[in-house]
Ligand binder design. Structure first.
Ligand SMILES: Nc1ncnc2c1ncn2[C@@H]1O[C@H](COP(=O)(O)OP(=O)(O)OP(=O)(O)O)[C@@H](O)[C@H]1O
Ligand SMILES: [Mg+2]
Length: 244
């Protein structure tokens, strides 16, 4: 599995709101072994794209492909084995921490677990608990903050070693210290590509369409009339080319 993702002419509406079309003829291509970042205003359907890739929902029309094959031909379990997702708001089952971190791994090994522990910085807070990795999460066990849940989800994604890694604002719930640490771990995993500026390709989504695609530099070069330029200037002020 190489990990090339393609959405081809996809029409989509959520089952609960079939009258509200999210995509009409939406297409996007991403390269295997490369990083693609989706940017856009809140509600511009970035998370929905991840949901379609992971097959939480199927398109009404069009095809989602993995390595050129319609994802519907894969057994759901097989498809999801190849795709790791750190969701914007991770939900964890009631289980022991060890199980939660290993979840989705085909053959959990001690070595890989240790790598995941160190890489995701979950180890500090889990090992500090009275029962360590045998502590139960939720239920009658430990209740986790949003940031701690994200740490678990990231550790699991790292350990899964999948062909496709989907990060949906993966560090948004972390405090700034933890965010730096987790970002560094993800940078090592993805060879310096988690930051929007450094990723191979940026796609700007707006009203269910990809309106611009390119690198950070090429999109900024479009100047103030560009969609990416205006999103960056919203964050950085009027002169987005100035590094922060
Ligand atoms: N389960 C759902 N049922 C119905 N509509 C939904 C559902 N989830 C999302 N939507 C709608 O789909 C649209 C796209 O939402 P989505 O969460 O994909 O946006 P987003 O770009 O990820 O936003 P954000 O930047 O805030 O995370 C929104 O209009 C939203 O209201
Ligand atoms: Mg989202």
């Amino acid at each position: 599995m190489k990990g090339q993702i393609q959405l081809h002419e996809v029409d989509f509406a959520y089952p609960a709101r079939l009258d509200a079309m999210i995509f009409k003829g939406f297409s996007i291509n991403t390269d295997a072994k490369k990083s693609t970042t989706l940017v856009g205003h809140s509600g511009s359907s970035k998370s929905t794209i991840n949901g379609l890739i992971k097959r939480f929902y199927d398109p009404l029309k069009g095809i989602v492909k993995l390595d050129g094959k319609d994802i519907k031909i894969f057994h759901l379990r097989v498809l999801r084995k190849h795709i790791a997702l750190v969701h914007q708001e991770p939900i964890l089952f009631v289980a022991g921490f060890k199980k939660l971190v290993q979840f989705g791994m085909t053959r959990p090994s001690r070595i890989r677990l240790n790598v995941g522990r160190n890489e995701s910085q979950t180890h500090d807070f889990i090992s500090g608990l009275k029962h360590g990795y045998d502590t139960w999460c939720a239920g009658k066990g430990v209740q986790l903050s949003g940031g701690q849940r994200q740490c678990i989800a990231i550790a699991r994604a790292i350990l899964k070693n999948a062909a496709v890694l989907l990060l949906d604002e993966a560090t948004s719930a972390l405090d700034s210290r933890s965010e730096v640490v987790v970002q560094e771990a993800l940078e090592r995993l993805m060879v310096g590509q988690t930051c929007v500026e450094n990723c191979d390709s940026i796609a700007v989504v707006d009203k269910g369409k990809v309106v611009e695609k390119g690198t950070h530099a090429s999109l900024l070069a479009k100047g103030p009339s560009g969609a990416y330029y205006s999103l960056v200037s919203l964050q950085r002020g009027p002169n987005p080319s100035t590094p922060t």
